[in-house]
Write a protein that binds this ligand. Structure first.
Ligand SMILES: NC(=O)c1ccc[n+]([C@@H]2O[C@H](COP(=O)([O-])OP(=O)(O)OC[C@H]3O[C@@H](n4cnc5c(N)ncnc54)[C@H](O)[C@@H]3O)[C@@H](O)[C@H]2O)c1
Length: 319
């Protein structure tokens, strides 16, 4: 149990607490009529009232309650060698999670993992092509063997290869569906099997504002939009089916975010102007601004959020 000494406003008499070093922890003695301390039990902070005079509490850990704390969690992120996936991995590690960086290029994943460990984080790297079920199984097996559990999955790997619908080949259509939609399903299904064993888990699916039904159409993105709309539908269904297993499933719908995926848009002043003109905040978003939403949905603070899509788009959809 983690305990914090913060006094609840209007209750207790924090000024009288005496702090002594205890056996491996800290001891707080209240000389008041009673006090409330904030305790973290099973990931949830609760106020506990100690009624007796001179209550003495052995504190196993002395740390102020921090929101979005992911200490002890294991998170796997797909497509994490660059862009938003890398930012997600860095942000989750910063909050204390052990992160499993996966993508198609092992060396690039190892580099991201090195960056994280160099700054005190915990990370491992695996090659994972999300279209390959055998590889998904073997990577998840290895993660469970090494870390004993999986708490968080961020389905992020994706491609965006715009082409007019009349010119799209069947192979091009299929490639986008396989990576952006089937890959999400296979990873989520495998993750849920692991998470259900501990009756707790977080699955976060990166969708897009290009998902249909929100008034955003992008030329050349029939295949891409089909996957992003599919991700939101799939997210809602998984949230229903897996809620009783203790697993929340949510989507994030980024607007235009400055990553290698949109290099083409960035190099075209007209395309950039078309986007930023409509965005109330008048700029693209950063990968870190998406990672912040990922951290929230991964955290205990999001315990009552499931089946939701959180659009992080600088106000694009409101415009
Ligand atoms: N950048 C944007 O404006 C934007 C907007 C909305 C949604 N998104 C979505 O965000 C996610 C991340 O995109 P990003 O902008 O960081 O792009 P990115 O191209 O920088 O990153 C995508 C990553 O996915 C990986 N990937 C591709 N195919 C894979 C496969 N078969 N298996 C595993 N990994 C694979 C790539 O190697 C790459 O590292 C994608 O799902 C994308 O559709 C991006």
């Amino acid at each position: 149990m983690e305990v914090c000494t913060k006094k609840r406003k209007g209750l207790g008499d924090g000024g009288l607490y005496k702090k002594e070093e205890g056996d491996g922890g800290w001891r707080f003695a209240s000389k008041g009529r009673g006090m409330e301390v904030l305790c973290k039990e099973e990931g949830v902070w609760r106020w506990r009232l100690c009624k007796k005079r001179k209550t003495s509490i052995l504190l196993s850990v002395l740390s102020p309650p921090s929101m979005f704390d992911l200490t002890g969690k294991v998170a796997l992120i797909t497509g994490a060698m660059r862009g938003m996936g890398k930012a997600d991995a860095v942000a989750l590690a910063t909050q204390g999670a052990t992160v499993v960086v996966t993508d198609i290029d092992l060396k690039a994943c190892e580099e991201v993992a090195r960056e994280i460990t160099a700054t005190g984080g915990k990370a491992a790297a695996f090659a994972l092509n999300v279209t390959d079920k055998k590889q998904i199984d073997s990577v998840f097996d290895a993660v469970i063997k090494q870390f004993k559990k999986l708490d968080i999955l961020v389905n992020n790997a994706g491609i965006f290869k715009p082409k007019p619908a009349l010119e799209l080949t069947e192979a091009e259509w299929q490639q986008t569906i396989d990576i952006n939609l089937k890959g999400y399903f296979l990873c989520a299904q495998r993750a849920a099997k692991e998470m259900s064993k501990q009756k707790k888990g977080r699955i976060i699916n990166i969708a897009s504002i290009a998902c249909g039904q929100v008034g955003v159409g992008f030329m050349g993105s029939a295949h891409y939009s089909a996957t992003k709309g599919g991700i939101i539908g799939m997210t809602e269904t998984m949230a229903l089916e897996w809620g009783s297993l203790g697993i929340t499933v949510n989507a994030i719908g980024p607007g235009a975010i400055d990553t290698p995926m949109v290099a083409g848009i960035k190099s075209s002043p007209e395309a950039m102007k078309a986007i930023t003109d409509r965005v109330p905040l008048k700029r693209m978003g950063t990968p870190e601004e998406i990672a912040a939403a990922v951290v929230f949905l991964a955290s205990d603070e999001a315990s009552y959020v499931t089946g939701a899509t959180l659009f992080v788009d600088g106000g694009y959809l409101a415009a």
